[in-house]
Write a protein that binds this ligand. Structure first.
Ligand code: UDP
Length: 313
């Protein structure tokens, strides 16, 4: 029988790519999103498809969807630092109360569940690269804690629903992901730099730009999420999905300036509080359990992303 899948946060950047892939696989997809940062425009290729349904819905309220559900992907949350810091209490509640509503729904429907957690659960890591077994170095009361601690709570709650209620749940820790549909006002490094470069505005380098990130192209990320959902026997597993190729933020700025042919200057801005100094996933577990590894490297992925921004989407 045809699979029926719910994607919470399906109108967002990663969620909308995920919905497209799932519909392409022939599944029936119900997308729920409160449109906090998600956009209907992200779904325009799907809205006329009979296999696709959109419902404006906030997971902080108990979830009601009639009929069977095989898989539930939980991607609903503010996710970029400027947004989750502005919407801090909403972020805390979506990941706590919202996650509980999702888990109760999955328990009642006997749906398999995947939650997208984050590399932020490692905080400003003292171990490098980050393995899933690392407990992290998080400031519990800092300006990022509304996201970091909310996701850590969501992970803890997920594990208790596995232990106490046998929900077939897996936790995926997403590392910095980029690609078409990143919103230009999202405040993330790749979207800021591309938007600035294309308008010949100064590229805003926070701190000295020596902090590192490891950037994963969205198609690789989505493929990893689907593989993690569809592999049986992963209840209670925590898996990093990200590209382990590490770049300094300064390198990313120069790459984007060069690739766009921009006349922009690169200017320094203060480093935000608690900004992690280094970040790189250890993906041994994803390779072993899922046979997943990224195939699109930064230069190629940036090319597609710059093209999308140029088209003025
Ligand atoms: N950053 C930057 N300039 C910008 C936006 C971000 O130098 O205009 C830096 C930021 O300080 C961080 C890194 O780029 O070190 C990645 O930031 P982002 O907000 O994309 O995500 P994070 O990984 O911090 O959640």
């Amino acid at each position: 029988m045809e699979k029926r899948v719910v994607v919470a946060g399906g109108a967002g950047f990663i969620g909308s790519h995920l919905c497209e892939e799932l519909v392409n696989k022939g599944y029936s997809v119900v997308c729920i999103d409160n449109l906090g940062t998600g956009r209907m425009d992200n779904l325009k290729s799907l809205l006329k498809n009979k296999k696709f349904t959109f419902k404006k819905y906030d997971i902080r309220k108990p979830i009601k969807i009639a009929g069977k559900v095989d898989y539930f992907y939980h991607l609903a949350s503010y996710a970029s630092p400027p947004y989750y810091q502005t919407k801090s209490i909403e972020t805390l509640m979506t990941n706590s109360l919202g996650t509980m509503n999702v888990m109760e729904f999955c328990r009642a429907k006997k749906a398999r569940y995947l939650i997208t957690s984050t590399s932020e659960t490692y905080g400003d890591p003292k171990e490098h690269p980050q393995k899933e077994t690392y407990w992290g170095n998080v400031n519990p009361v800092g300006i990022r804690s509304c996201y970091d601690e909310a996701k850590r709570f969501a992970e803890a709650l997920t594990m208790e629903y596995v232990r106490k209620h046998n929900v077939d749940a897996r936790i995926i820790r997403i590392f910095n992901t980029y690609g078409p549909r990143l919103q230009k006002d999202d405040g993330r490094v790749i979207s800021n730099f591309i938007d600035q470069a294309l308008h010949n505005r100064p590229l805003t380098l926070y701190g000295d730009g020596s902090q590192t990130r490891s950037f994963c192209y969205v198609a690789d990320q989505v493929r990893g999420l689907i593989m993690a959902m569809e592999k049986a026997g992963l209840a209670g597993e925590v898996i990093n999905i990200g590209n382990p190729n590490e770049f300094t933020v300064k390198q990313a700025a120069y790459m984007i300036k060069e690739m766009t042919g921009s006349k922009s200057k690169i200017v320094r801005k203060p480093l935000p509080e608690d900004d992690p100094a280094r970040r790189k996933p250890d993906i041994t577990k994803a390779k072993k359990l899922l046979g997943w590894e990224p195939t699109v490297q930064l230069k190629e992925g940036l090319k597609y992303t710059i093209e999308w921004f140029r088209d003025g989407k």
